[in-house]
Write a protein that binds this ligand. Structure first.
Ligand SMILES: NC(=O)c1ccc[n+]([C@@H]2O[C@H](COP(=O)([O-])OP(=O)(O)OC[C@H]3O[C@@H](n4cnc5c(N)ncnc54)[C@H](O)[C@@H]3O)[C@@H](O)[C@H]2O)c1
Length: 255
């Protein structure tokens, strides 16, 4: 089957909860050994035990993906435990501020936000690239946001980070294709069953996001994003690179 990941090893960051966790479960269900990442071993152990309980192969590596040194050490440690990393999925990064209108955002928080949502993706990609280049293969899937493709009130910073990720995906795809490495981004929007959305619903832009959720003709859950990630991580998408796929339930139609 095109989406069979048997024999593959996938590193999924931010997979102790939210979207990343569901992607890890989906990949394991489809045969991959998975490396779970997060900032706390306790929540890592929960996900690892759940996957092992279902008959899968999982291990945990602690790192804050917004700190390059930690990411690099995580990859080095993972490669001692696992023979290779075939797939990298970068999710998580933490929403440091609720969506908020520009005039309300403290300028001192701009850098931390962009670091958590954009540089974190670059750090993870950079840390696995030497290994993937050496093997002349690899699949990379980044989790981004439709705020980077569609102007969304209250999302100046996520929008900027998201738009940067879309262009980075295209540029990198061209640079790394010569080593057989594919990179794509999934751009998502209000996702029903995530703790970070809960957080948004208690913030200043809650009304806008509740309305967006009601306007989705096909409301999305973490499972829908995991299905898209499985496709982009598997052989089924070998001819696709440099693309951003919006999994947004038909909320908007970015070009
Ligand atoms: N949830 C949504 O509605 C939504 C909407 C648009 C975009 N997104 C994108 O999806 C990504 C994932 O969202 P999510 O809802 O799963 O929540 P999330 O990013 O808040 O958390 C997911 C998991 O990652 C871990 N994590 C957070 N920061 C980390 C860090 N710095 N290093 C390592 N692990 C970390 C958390 O502890 C949690 O277990 C977001 O970063 C965002 O770019 C989500």
């Amino acid at each position: 089957m095109g989406t069979d990941l048997k024999g593959k090893v996938a590193l999924i960051t931010g997979s102790t909860g939210g979207i990343g966790r569901v992607i890890a479960l989906k990949f394991s269900e489809n045969g991959a050994a998975v490396i779970i990442n997060g900032r706390t071993p306790e929540s890592g152990a929960e996900t690892v035990n759940e996957i092992k309980g279902l008959g899968g192969n999982a291990t945990f590596e602690k790192a804050d993906i917004s700190v390059y040194g930690e990411v690099k050490e995580m990859v080095d440690r993972a490669l001692v435990k696992m023979p290779q990393i075939d797939i990298l999925v970068v999710s998580g990064g933490g929403v440091l501020t609720n969506p908020n209108f520009f005039m309300e955002i403290d300028p001192d928080t701009y850098i931390d936000f962009i670091n958590s949502q954009y540089f974190s993706r670059l750090y993870c990609v950079r840390a696995v690239l030497d290994h993937m280049v050496e093997r002349k293969r690899g699949k990379i899937v980044l989790i981004g946001t439709d705020a980077g493709r569609w102007p969304t009130p209250g999302e100046t910073l996520p929008g900027g980070a998201g738009a940067a990720l879309v262009m980075t995906t295209k540029v990198l795809a061209g640079e790394i294709a010569r080593w057989g490495i594919r990179i794509n981004t999934i751009s998502t929007t209000v996702t029903g069953d995530t703790p970070s959305l809960d957080n948004v619903f208690h913030g200043p832009a809650a009304k806008i996001f509740k309305r967006a959720m009601e306007r989705q003709p096909f409301p999305i859950t973490t499972n829908d994003i995991a299905e898209a990630a499985l496709f982009l991580a598997s052989k089924a998408s070998d001819q696709i690179t440099g693309q951003t796929l919006s999994v947004n339930g038909g909320l908007c139609f970015p070009g």
